[in-house]
Design a protein around this ligand. Structure first.
Ligand code: BG6
Length: 484
């Protein structure tokens, strides 16, 4: 299968926070890969902007290092990197002062797509938006890209939306949730809405429950200060897991267009029931052999922040009433795996008597590490011996099915940055969506805080606290194993 890359128009992309960690790990390597793929034209300009007084060449050294560090050796090409560096320049700039803004205005080309990536803390969103406006840089076609965390709660998210809305229209604001850029996440929509097979069964009449797991084997690493204020609920559930839930639960949009898709997602978020403390299990990893515990890493003795959370969630609408969605995410778990499993109900009547095991069909959609789908079906065990039934997986690894194309999915950031340049907001969160997600999240957090229940300890390398197992056991269900 030959992949078809449609080149984008030449553009100016300014990365505020151009010397930061996200630029180094994700944005710059993604742009390099898009140049390699032929999607990014040589007419593109990438302008790093930050406080440090670097020269263009010093910044190019930074970019070179970022690419050589982050891009696997088999994708690295010295001549291509030189070409890439030729597109890069740097402007020292003070986000809250006046320095550098005139230079930036002078460096931008008229009649060109202009995008500004706010790869900075949310405290700088307002000042940057204002200065872009005051220096006459912002135009009606300008696009800005903002990173998570988009707020800490509903109030702060509203304040951020208001600050951005003072300088830009909603159609100019691209709020990134990188999960939406993952190949399989988009595939969820294709699987649901480009096939006739699943949609008739995709409701409470046929679906027993849905499990969404995002397990990580790493700990909080160097992000303790941020993470300890956020915890798994704010860091993963309010955004990434919420988006996965929306794509599974939403009604078919009339078109694959930004507002049509986002309207449907918003309806799901607004249909979420409040979650009571009995339906939440919070955990925090303790120290294990050779692995420091959560509190040692963040350096806050007595911290009650959860590095794991499991919740039972109900979507109160006609389609889903009575079908629970179990969400689980955590750090320092057995392995890194993200999957969505839709478990269908048992057949209404068994003609095979005691031979029928009461386990419904399961459609497991694997996001990472190896993208694909597995359908569990029951068949007759081959050979003599009567009608014995056995469950077998119908396994479709995208890498196998699609050959090279299935192995080289672009990183989420590659796709999302190109979408910004193309002006396609489908995979970005709208302001009302983010606020609705916080409006659901805030009372959940307030609920457990009022109750004073502490996060349960769990061992690194485990599946989380035992109480998380109970969350499903008491409903007569089981989590799927966290395995690679
Ligand atoms: C980020 C979270 O948004 O997503 C991190 O802040 C988390 O805590 C990361 O590790 C997970 O992303 P991915 O793409 O590695 O699953």
């Amino acid at each position: 299968m030959v992949s078809r890359v449609i080149p984008v128009d030449p553009f100016d992309l300014v990365i505020f926070g151009g010397t930061g960690d996200l630029a180094r790990r994700k944005i710059l390597p993604s742009l390099y890969r898009r140049l390699a793929s032929g999607q990014m034209p040589d007419g593109a300009h990438i302008i790093g902007a930050a406080r440090s007084g670097l020269t263009d060449d010093e910044y190019r050294d930074f970019v070179r290092e970022s690419v050589t560090d982050q891009v696997p050796a088999d994708q690295y090409d010295a001549a291509l990197l030189d070409r890439f560096l030729g597109l890069v320049r740097y402007i020292p700039l003070d986000a809250i002062g006046t320095e550098g803004w005139a230079d930036l205005a002078g460096a931008l080309r008229a009649d060109m797509v202009q995008a500004f990536y706010f790869s900075v803390g949310p405290a700088l969103f307002g000042p940057l938006a204002e200065r872009l406006h005051d220096h006459g840089i912002a135009r009606p076609e300008t696009r800005i890209v903002v990173e998570k965390p988009f707020g800490h709660d509903l109030e702060s998210a509203r304040a951020l939306n208001a600050v951005l809305a003072a300088a830009f229209h909603e159609h100019q604001i691209y709020r990134i949730d990188h999960y939406l850029g993952k190949e399989t996440v988009q595939n969820l929509m294709a699987v649901r809405f480009a096939n006739v097979l699943f949609e008739p069964l995709w409701n409470a009449q046929y679906v027993d429950h849905v499990q969404i797991t995002v397990a990580e084997s790493l700990g909080v690493e160097g992000r303790g200060a941020y993470y300890d204020r956020a915890g798994a609920m704010r860091d993963m559930v309010q955004n990434h897991m919420m988006q996965l839930l929306c794509l599974i639960a939403m009604e078919p949009p009339s078109h694959f267009e930004p507002d049509a898709v986002r309207d449907e997602k918003l309806k799901v978020i607004r249909a979420l029931d409040p979650v009571g403390p009995e339906d939440i299990v919070r955990g925090q990893y303790r120290a294990g052999p050779g692995v420091p515990g959560y509190v040692d890493v963040v350096g806050t003795p007595g911290s009650d922040t959860e590095s794991f959370i499991a919740l039972k969630v109900h979507v109160s609408n006609w389609r889903w009433a009575g079908t629970p969605f179990y969400l689980r995410t955590g750090k320092r778990l057995r392995t890194r795996v993200s999957e969505i499993a839709v478990t269908f109900k048992d057949p209404p009547h068994s003609i095979f008597g005691h031979e029928t095991r009461r386990r419904g069909n399961v459609l497991a959609i694997r996001l990472q590490p190896d993208e694909g789908m597995v359908m569990r079906v029951t068949i007759k065990e081959p050979g003599p011996g009567g009608m014995r039934l056995v469950e077998v997986p119908l396994d479709m690894s995208f890498a196998e099915a699609l050959g090279e194309d299935g192995r080289n999915f672009p990183d989420a950031y590659e796709r999302l940055i190109m979408d910004v340049i193309r002006g396609d907001q489908t995979l970005f969160m709208r302001g009302d969506e983010v606020e609705a997600a916080w409006a659901w999240t805030d009372p959940v957090i307030a609920g457990w805080q009022a109750r004073g229940a502490r996060a349960m300890p769990y061992d690194p390398g485990s599946s989380g606290p035992d109480d998380a197992l109970m969350l499903m056991h008491r409903d007569g269900r089981r989590w799927r194993e966290i395995e690679g």
